[in-house]
Design a protein around this ligand. Structure first.
Ligand SMILES: [Zn+2]
Ligand SMILES: [Zn+2]
Ligand SMILES: [Zn+2]
Ligand SMILES: [Zn+2]
Ligand SMILES: [Zn+2]
Length: 408
């Protein structure tokens, strides 16, 4: 009954469109595609087989073939949006998924012929489309035109491995001085997906050890070796030891003004070693001052050496001034510098020093005194203060004059 209805429908289409039955469109093409280019185990991918345009193929059979241990079709996931009448889909076909277009209807639209879903078991496997011939064996100008549709088609896609789990494998171990290398490998497909260098470890210095011992006169050397590769990594000098003489004999006596010499034998190297003995310096018991030293000028003294009986003259250094306390000569004000002086008690030398202008900051700490930089409200009060200041200054000048007279 179904077949009869299909035949009637085809007949109706032929009448309506005035197209000869099964005049196959040889420019039509089939395309196999997937919604993912990479996938990992457990991922679901959607596979689509489309026809580019009206093919007018009477019927069509194709398989989407794949390794059934790599992909598992998802039950009830197949749809056939466009196609011949009554297409059927077998998701459990031995080599993949099989589509069979009905024999009673031509495929007259472009679009998706088949969609279905696959769950990835082993990532990285290819899918391919094996297109069967149209069941009617249509020929056009003596050629099997379905072959041309097949020739136009995209027959395979590859879903690459997503490399979900990776491990690193050292391909070259680093040394003290050379970098190593490590590859990153996908544990699913085994592909090397990355690589990076491992920094050189650097040396590990061991304990200091003597390489060349020091002698009495020559420096030695000690080194540190790497505990891993035995390379010499550090070096430092051991200072020369110097001779070891325990008993000296004076072989040339020193005088008041000239060095002597002492001689000994080194206990370590057996060498005879000589060393200078310092000059003794004159030995004067009584000095006579020939010129006294002042605050600023050196003096001198003479005597006779008890050892060599030579006359000896010696300088007496200048004494330096002996200044008393500072005395203020003129108090500093907010507008004028002051001065102070001090006098040497020995020679009367006078030293004068400037006292800097008073700053207003210093006044802020005091209480009760009016800041002279702030104008007073009463002219009489301001005048009074000015008069008092003048009086104080005059008194100061008088005191200094008195002091100078006394000194004279
Ligand atoms: Zn992989
Ligand atoms: Zn090393
Ligand atoms: Zn020695
Ligand atoms: Zn002397
Ligand atoms: Zn003096």
């Amino acid at each position: 009954m179904k077949k009869i209805v299909s035949i009637l429908t085809v007949f109706a289409l032929v009448c309506l469109c005035a197209v000869p039955a099964f005049a196959v469109n040889t420019t039509a093409a089939l395309t196999l595609s997937a919604d993912k280019t990479t996938a990992n185990a457990g991922d679901i991918i959607t596979v689509t087989v489309s026809v580019s345009e009206n093919s007018n193929l009477g019927a069509l059979e194709f398989n989407v073939e794949f390794d059934r241990t790599a992909y598992t079709p998802v039950a009830n996931s197949a749809t056939t949006p466009v196609g011949a009448l009554n297409p059927t889909v077998n998701l459990d076909y031995a080599t993949g998924v099989r589509y069979t277009g009905a024999t009673a209807g031509a495929i007259t639209e472009g679009g998706a012929l088949l969609t279905f879903q696959l769950q990835v078991v082993k990532p990285g496997s290819a899918l391919s489309l094996n297109i069967g011939l149209a069941s009617d064996g249509t020929t056009l100008d003596g050629e099997d035109v379905t072959d041309q549709v097949v020739a136009n088609s995209t027959k395979s896609v590859t879903i690459a491995c997503g490399h979900a789990t990776q491990l690193s494998e050292i391909t070259k171990y680093p040394t003290c001085t050379e970098a190593g290398n490590e590859n990153i490998i996908c544990t699913v497909c085994g592909k090397v997906v990355g690589s990076h260098t491992i920094a050189a470890t650097g040396h590990t210095a061991g304990d200091w050890e003597v390489k060349t011992p020091a002698t009495c006169t020559e420096a030695g050397e000690e080194i540190q070796k790497c505990t891993v590769c035995d390379a010499e990594v550090n070096s430092r000098e051991i200072a020369a030891l110097g001779h070891d003489v325990s008993e000296w004999t004076v072989t040339d006596e020193p005088t008041c003004t000239e060095e002597g010499v002492q001689t000994g034998v080194c206990a370590r190297c057996g060498e005879t070693v000589t060393e200078p003995v310092a000059a003794l310096g004159h030995d004067v018991a009584e000095w006579e001052v020939t010129k006294g030293a002042t605050c600023t000028e050196a003096g001198s003294r003479t005597g006779v050496c008890a050892r060599c009986e030579e006359p000896v003259t010696e300088e007496i250094p200048a004494l330096g001034h002996d200044f008393g306390e500072w005395v203020v000569v003129k108090e500093a004000t907010e507008t004028e510098e002051g001065s102070r002086e001090r006098v040497c008690s020995v020679c009367g030398e006078k030293e004068t020093e400037v006292i800097p202008v008073l700053t207003t900051e210093a006044e802020e700490g005091t209480t009760g005194t009016a800041n002279p930089k702030i104008p007073q409200t009463s002219g009489a009060v301001a005048g009074g203060i000015a008069a008092a200041a003048m009086l104080a200054m005059a008194a100061g000048v008088a005191a200094v004059t008195l002091k100078k007279k006394r000194e004279g």
